[in-house]
Design a protein around this ligand. Structure first.
Ligand code: AMP
Length: 192
C-alpha cells in the first residue's frame, strides 16, 4: 500500500494536491477537516461539538479525529492506499495512526510537506474565504489562530516522521502542476 501524509499549514494546497494525487495513484482521500464539516452539515452530535472549536480556530480533541479515521480505514480494507490530509495534527494522533495501520498490516510510506510562509497563507486563506463559504477562512484573526495552532501543536508531527526517516519537504509556492510533479518524484522514488 501507498500511504501518504500530506502535511502543511492551512492554505498550503493540501486539498488541491490531494485531488491530483488520488487520481494518479488511485488512493483514498481522507481529510479530517472535510469529515468534520460533513458531520456539521448532517447536524450530528459530533458535528455540534466540533463546530465551536473549529469556529474558534482550535483543534478538536484527538480521540474524535482518531475515531473518524479508524472507521474510514476499516471501510476501505482493499484500497491501494490512503492520502491523509489535515491528519495527523498532533503527535498522539500520529502515534495512533501508526498503531491503526500496523493493526491493518501496513504503515505510512512518507510524509510530504508543503512549505508556505505565513504571509502567503493569510493571503490565500482570505481569498479562499470569498468562495469557500468556510467561516474559518473569512477572518484574519481566526486564520492567525489556526496558523498558531499549526506552529505549536502540528509542527512536532514533522519531527515524528523525520525520526522514522519518512519526512520530505517540497516548496508549496509556485505552479500547481510543478508542485505536483515534485510530490510525484518523491513518491515514485519511494515506490521503487
Ligand atoms: P482543515 O479543513 O484541515 O483546515 O480543518 C479545519 C478545522 O477542523 C481545523 O481548524 C480544526 O478545528 C479541525 N480539524 C481538522 N483536522 C483535525 C485534526 N486532525 N485534529 C484536530 N482538529 C482538526
Amino acid at each position: 500500500m501507498l500511504n501518504i501524509v500530506l502535511f502543511g499549514p492551512p492554505g498550503a494546497g493540501k486539498g488541491t494536491q490531494s485531488q491530483k494525487l488520488i487520481e494518479k495513484y488511485n488512493l483514498i482521500h481522507l481529510s479530517t477537516g472535510d469529515l468534520l464539516r460533513s458531520e456539521i452539515a448532517a447536524g450530528s452530535e459530533l458535528g455540534l461539538k466540533a463546530k465551536s472549536l473549529m469556529d474558534s480556530g482550535l483543534l478538536v480533541p484527538d480521540e474524535v479525529v482518531i475515531g473518524m479515521i479508524a472507521n474510514k480505514v476499516k471501510e476501505h480494507t482493499h484500497a491501494s492506499g490512503f492520502i491523509f490530509d489535515g491528519f495527523p495534527r498532533t503527535v498522539p494522533q500520529a502515534q495512533s495512526l501508526d498503531k491503526l495501520l500496523q493493526d491493518n498490516g501496513t504503515e505510512i510510506t512518507a510524509m510530504l510537506a508543503l512549505k508556505v510562509d505565513d504571509e502567503e497563507l493569510t493571503k490565500r486563506l482570505l481569498l479562499r474565504g470569498q468562495t469557500s463559504g468556510r467561516p474559518d477562512d473569512q477572518n484574519e484573526e481566526l486564520i492567525r489562530k489556526r496558523v498558531q495552532e499549526y506552529n505549536t501543536k502540528t509542527t512536532p508531527v514533522a519531527d515524528f516522521y523525520a525520526g522514522q526517516g519518512k519526512f520530505f519537504a517540497v516548496d508549496g509556492i509556485g505552479e500547481i502542476d510543478e508542485i505536483f510533479d515534485q510530490l510525484c518524484q518523491h513518491i515514485d522514488s519511494l515506490k521503487q
